[in-house]
Design a protein around this ligand. Sequence first.
Ligand SMILES: NC(=O)c1ccc[n+]([C@@H]2O[C@H](COP(=O)([O-])OP(=O)(O)OC[C@H]3O[C@@H](n4cnc5c(N)ncnc54)[C@H](O)[C@@H]3O)[C@@H](O)[C@H]2O)c1
Length: 392
Amino acid sequence: MRTRIGIAVLGLGWMGQAHSRSALRIPSLFPDRGVDPVLVVCADTEADRRERATSDFGFQRAVSDWREAVASPDVDAVWVTAPNMLHVPMIEAACAAGKAVFSEKPIGGKPEQTVQAYRAAQAAGVRTGVGYNYLWAPLVLHAKELIDSGELGEITHYRGRFLSMYGSDELGLLTWRFMLDQAGYGVTSDILSHSVSLAQFLVGGIDEVVGMKNTTITHRPIPTGAAGHYGRGAPEDPKGVVENEDFASMLCRFASGATGTFETSRTTVGPESQNAFEVYGTKGALAWNFERVNELEYYRVGGDVNTGYTTIFGGDRFPFHGAFVPGQANAIGFEDLVAIEDYSFLESLASGARYSPGFREAVDVVSVQQALIESWASRRWEPVRDLAVDES
Ligand SMILES: NC(=O)c1ccc[n+]([C@@H]2O[C@H](COP(=O)([O-])OP(=O)(O)OC[C@H]3O[C@@H](n4cnc5c(N)ncnc54)[C@H](O)[C@@H]3O)[C@@H](O)[C@H]2O)c1
């Protein structure tokens, strides 16, 4: 017996399309599943996206008002895939309607908004998931197994970085990601959040941080039409101010006593989507980089010291990989990680098992972000407070 789960997708941009394709692929990828996802309704303000929703993705209907989609009685779970500042109202409405919610990260654009969403879900008692999709990479799951089983010994140091070029073109349009009222913070909300979620997943809680930020492209062409993620203006176009940070770095101390460093940028030139970590223990080390998602580098103390790192290729011996392709070193990619997270979330809805990362884990991420923001102002180390704990 499979559970039918009616889905609403709010915003059919990059991630709305990725999650919708997951719902379409899950039946063929996971024949032993306990769920049958059904694309019921898509909400988007753009008419061409609504047209694609029904004609290309097979949604039963498409609407311009997301509130109508959330309220639909044939919807069981809502995917929030609109720009950051729409997350909280969408989540609050879904919670009020008693629907399960999967929200793209970072959940709102500011730490207090993530907390607001978490509280709404807690009060309503609805199931939650958050789109930290990189945690689901089969070789990241394998890295966690190696760390948890003690193969690396005691973890002494962690390096996390997410260096992307998505904002490196100074003629890249001033889209929602660069605006305070639509994105909230810049790279700390957008991609440092991925790095911190990976670090917390692999090494555990972070106790204190100190960091810095910078904005390297201060003005960008103002969009005139329906601007997408990759829109580009002309040198003579009128420009507006970039309102949030392009770069952030951070030193941290984990609760375990390990040290950590983080770097994140959307304007560096060179690394294109370098969401990467290195984790160092007393008996070994691991290195992973999303640009080479199917490779995990593993160094072991005790063998021949001249051996150096060994490359472990992805393959069907690692979690979930075999759903996509059999054998070893046959690659999987970005949207496959989204399919794994969506499948896992849907399965948790059917089975009642707890899903992680949910909104609780999203609050863990923004608790670190909040301490970083405080350190920008104080120029000192700041303790990480659990923002889920109401101190009033
Ligand atoms: N997990 C990841 O790896 C990842 C990657 C990219 C983006 N994201 C997150 O996904 C979210 C969306 O980002 P994106 O890159 O897909 O954005 P996008 O700009 O590509 O798409 C946003 C969509 O929302 C629609 N929209 C805007 N206002 C709306 C409204 N009022 N009602 C309904 N639809 C509306 C837009 O028309 C567009 O189709 C963001 O929160 C972002 O942080 C996550």
